[in-house]
Design a binder for this molecule. Structure first.
Ligand SMILES: N[C@@H](CC(=O)c1ccccc1NC=O)C(=O)O
Length: 263
């Protein structure tokens, strides 16, 4: 059993590219198992940011919840100026297509169910978690964004320097992409899941602006939103910290309580 916590199985979920792989931690084969699924950040392009960014969170949770499985997803990346010859050439919608494919793979192959899933996204991964949410109804019972990007237009307005990575990931038409997500974001009344937006006050790359804005949009759609702001380390430390573990634990416990009431 212990081995499961430390050594995930690396599984290809798509045929086209070596980045179409995910790390699977499966300790419960029951179809009613809970799932925590992690989408890493890195501005859609940083090859140093990978699925292993989700390991600390997952490894803290698994020993406490025997009925929990987890996965952390890699996806194709866009070119990065510090790594000009790494061959990464993805452009929107490649990244999000891969994330959707990975989630379908988990649903079909391992019976991961939306009502049992907490989807966690960091930074650009948080943007993708809500693209999934918008595109297929309630993607997960709970979506947790940490240090998230939620609106590209507002991001570039606040940080002009970030336009470069936004354009490399989305191309010249990047301003359209927010509109798609905003138009389709799921309504709370129609089954859209709970949301927790987590943001560290020590985040050196993003202010609270994105999280505050997004909380307002989601509440306007009738979604239940918690905002968690506090000192949780810098942008890349926060998703590895104990605060995020506590947030996800509380959500898992709420899901367990809801399911006990339903039975
Ligand atoms: N680590 C990235 C930068 C990065 O990830 C980033 C920078 C500013 C705002 C958000 C970021 N990441 C979001 O996924 C890089 O070095 O290119």
């Amino acid at each position: 059993m212990t081995a499961t916590f430390n050594t995930p199985q690396e599984m290809p979920y798509g045929p086209a590219h070596p980045l179409q792989v995910l790390d699977l931690y499966r300790q419960c084969s029951d179809p009613d198992a809970y799932w925590v699924t992690f989408i890493h950040g890195g501005a859609w392009s940083d090859p140093e940011m990978t699925k292993s960014g989700g390991h600390p969170l997952i490894r803290s949770l698994l020993p406490k919840y025997p009925r929990l499985n987890a996965a952390s997803i890699n996806y194709r990346l866009s070119p990065h100026p510090r790594y000009p010859s790494n061959g990464n050439a993805a452009k929107h919608p490649d990244h999000i297509d891969d994330v959707r494919l990975a989630l379908s793979f988990l649903q079909e192959r391992y019976s991961m169910r939306r009502e049992k899933t907490v989807l966690v996204g960091h930074s650009a991964g948080a943007y993708m978690a809500f693209q999934v949410d918008a595109g297929c109804g309630a993607a997960a019972a709970v979506v947790v964004g940490i240090g998230g990007v939620y609106h590209l237009g507002r991001l570039v307005e606040e940080y002009a320097d970030y336009e470069g990575f936004v354009e490399r990931a989305f191309g010249g038409g990047w301003r359209q992409v927010d509109a798609e997500g905003l138009a389709e974001v799921e309504d709370g009344g129609k089954g859209g899941g709970r949301v927790v937006l987590v943001h560290s006050s020590q985040d050196e790359l993003l202010s609270f602006g994105q999280s505050r804005y997004w909380a307002g949009v989601l509440r306007g759609r009738g979604r239940v939103v918690k905002e968690v702001y506090g000192a949780m380390g810098n942008h890349n430390e926060a998703p590895k910290g104990t605060e995020l573990v506590g947030v996800v634990e509380a959500e898992l416990e709420e899901l367990e309580m809801e399911s006990a009431k339903g039975n």
